[in-house]
Design a protein around this ligand. Sequence first.
Ligand SMILES: [Zn+2]
Length: 132
Amino acid sequence: MFRDSPIIRWRHYNDRYRLVGYRCTKCEKAYLDKKGMCTCGNLDFTEQEFSGVGKIVAYTQIHSGPEVFESKSPYCVAVIDLKEGARIEAQVVDCRYSDLKQGLEVEAVFRKFYTSGEKGVIHYGTKFVPKY
Ligand SMILES: [Zn+2]
């Protein structure tokens, strides 16, 4: 009964909306997703909240993406190394594709992803903007 409760669901959404990952307690390597084992062999991790600041490693422009992002096409996506060491893939917004380059400093922002269902549920999440 409680499993389908909107209150329980919203608790999990809170985790998604924070830029939180994990850090190895031995070598201090940071990960966005929880790993069973670090590359150093350690099994213990602590929670790591990221600043949201990072640099673009690679980027591209999506012209034909998933249906939910169709109205946003074309849009920019980048692989970003966060300051704390973890790597994330995310949309980069509030810029043109020609503005992007390797090494460009970006920062996380909380933005609308898409709307779904008959009731128009709005999904939010982390995107990045160039840090000028
Ligand atoms: Zn480690």
